[in-house]
Design a protein around this ligand. Sequence first.
Ligand code: PLP
Length: 466
Amino acid sequence: METKSFYKEPITSLRNRHHQLAETDKEFVWHPFTQMLDYTEQDSLIIVEGKGNHLIDIDGKRYLDGVSSLWVNVHGHQHPEINKAIISQVNKISHSTMLGTTNVPAIELAQRLVEITPPGLNKVFYSECGATAVEIGLKIAFQYWQQRSNPKPKKTKFACLQNAYHGDTLGAVSVGGIELFHNLYKPLLTKNICIPSAYCYRCFLSKDPEDCQMACFEEIERILEKHHEEIAAFIMEPLVQGAAGMIVAPPGYLKKVSDICKQYEILLIADEVAVGFGRTGRMFACEHENVSPDIMTMGKGITGGYLPLAATLANDKIYEAFLGEHEELKTFFHGHTYTGNPVTCAAALANLEIFEKEETLAKLQGKIALLTQHLKKFEALKHVGEIRQKGFMVGIELVSDTITKEPYPIEDKIGIRVIMEARKHGLVIRPLGDVIVLMPPLSITEDELTVLTDVTFDAIKKVTAG
Ligand SMILES: *Cc1c(COP(=O)(O)O)cnc(C)c1O
């Protein structure tokens, strides 16, 4: 890729600065989801600038942002409209509290979110990250059954899916289903009901997805029939289990879950933190199957990937159960200090405006088809087990043997090696174990999509050949 210095300083002093910062990073910063013993100064890619769909590091080298800075960026970096909205809000006020007072961007954004989400979701509760949005959804669902007019106090558990990821705080981990991240913390977690999920490539019933008639759903029916009286809510990632490796649910699965939840009086919490804001080709994943959940969580793309903001939406039935006289204590006693921060809400409003102005979703459809086309050639690679795609969410699962589906030994670090190879060629991506994830900004151009898939293809080919 082209190399270009954005600095007036001489190159040598920049090199020194890079080295010094990398050392300081290694000495003082504890990185998330990172084995720090493996993390070397050479690994540290120090990002100083973003422009459109590219990241620029401290040496002036440009990289395509192939995972949208961890699934958040929507319209590219430094979009003038979002920058302008943030700066203009900072020039008014950067923060005031939502506890007892309110602010203009938070009000306007709540109204917009209600307009664009599935019918019924009329109330917006703000927080700062996906995990807190999930915590809030879980606590609201629990409290609802305790204090609604015809209470069902036995409903204290959550149904959740294997391979689910809902964030890293303890409540969110309690409804998570990824052994690698969640197992150790079991003694700290609430007891929930974990249901096998539809991971068709590695079907727990060893069925062929072509003619299984979604047999795995019978397991859900069986468990809910038995346990519905103790289940407050069913939480799931609609259409795609992201962090587990972009596991795409069979069509109709979400709708079936929604229907059975209604049948058994179980609230449905749709965690749209990863899939929301256009990722799957529609604004929200629930739209694909005409599902209106009782509670919806959103985060990641809500500000276009600029600032930390999240929201939990609830329907009127739930909201009304929290209304009462002061002394009835039906209040939702929950709130994070920076909830409804006006700068983040202003960014989110600008993000939504761009969706309309630039017709982002309409333009996305052709790019999704092009991506599908580019992904076809990966089938020829000897170690590509499965290629999963829903809209702009892609997972390429690498295996040591495609016949037996045998995974690579963990010490091979195959995923990490592939992304480090891609980085040499100007592409920043991040794997989930042995699954190579592609999740570009929705604003990526057709030419950049070709670069994204070509560089990834070559990196997989090179690393898996050895
Ligand atoms: C990323 C993610 C979360 C957690 O969001 P954070 O902002 O990292 O706390 C929750 N749910 C899903 C589905 C996610 O992908």
